[in-house]
Design a protein around this ligand. Structure first.
Ligand code: ADP
Ligand code: ADP
Length: 225
């Protein structure tokens, strides 16, 4: 299983803003941290990977097939937790997951099985029937990760999964990501290096649209000293 980003470039405003410039990456199962200062191109890369944008040049392929040709087959293996997702505060945890399962086109049977399992996985069984408005920040992030896992995706993209959390909740989310990463390609965009320390096999560092480094987290930390 692999995701190959082959010489991908993307610019905005008719080429005036180069958001990504010749990015070459191969991702295999495991956790990857996606780091870089504001404007580095992280959101653009994520938008390309989830199919919200098309590359100007280069291709992204999943198991050697261009994702733009895979279409629905690709969306079925993809799980995505966007940044600052709209939460339906009046929904209970269960209702939210049912709603998201319907959006993803899961059958009732598939949805029932996944939702029961996932509420356990994210440890929210006891809060399943409470409204999202009563959830803590960490609980909200966990239910958002759960919705990204509904279709048991082979590729999981988490955009700032610890945004707005305190250090203790961040560690919980980090440890949790490690537990769900088995046999999946997991890409975690974050500003907080400690989020992916210990759990990432590699860190991908972008700057001004270029790939600066792709290496083990310990090497990144050393280079920043
Ligand atoms: P992040 O926290 O991921 O760095 P940004 O603030 O860079 O978020 O971007 C948030 C969203 O706004 C992204 O989807 C990005 O594509 C879009 N965006 C960023 N910069 C611009 C811009 N100059 N014009 C229009 N949209 C932008
Ligand atoms: P990051 O997520 O790392 O902050 P982005 O991918 O959002 O980076 O942005 C990369 C560059 O592209 C930035 O200069 C940003 O302002 C610009 N950009 C992003 N989205 C848009 C957009 N929709 N229109 C114009 N410029 C954009």
């Amino acid at each position: 299983m692999k995701l190959h980003i082959d010489e991908v470039s993307k610019s905005y405003q008719k080429g005036k803003i180069k958001a990504l410039d010749g990015i070459e990456l191969e991702l295999t199962p495991g956790v990857y941290g996606l780091l870089g200062p504001n404007g580095a191109g992280k959101s653009t890369l994520i938008n390309l990977l989830v199919g919200n944008l098309k590359a100007d040049r280069g291709t992204i392929s999943y198991n050697d097939v261009d994702i733009t040709k895979l279409g629905r087959q690709y969306r079925e293996v993809l799980g995505y937790m966007p940044q600052q997702q709209q939460l339906y505060d009046d929904f209970t945890g269960t209702r939210f997951l049912w709603y998201m399962a319907a959006m993803k086109g899961l059958s009732r049977k598939q949805a029932q099985a996944s939702i029961t399992t996932l509420l356990n996985v994210v440890n929210l069984q006891e809060h399943a029937h409470k409204r999202l408005s009563s959830y803590s920040g960490g609980m909200k992030q966990r239910i958002l990760i759960a919705q990204a896992l509904l279709n048991d995706p082979a590729i999981l993209i988490l955009d700032e999964p610890t945004a707005g959390l305190d250090p203790k909740e961040r560690i919980n989310i980090r440890n949790f990501i490690a537990t769900i990463a088995l046999n999946k390609i997991v890409l975690v965009a974050t500003h907080v290096v400690t989020d992916i320390e210990c759990i990432a096999k590699e860190v991908i560092l972008l700057k001004k649209g270029k790939l600066i480094m792709k290496d083990e987290p310990t090497h990144l930390l050393k280079s920043m000293e």
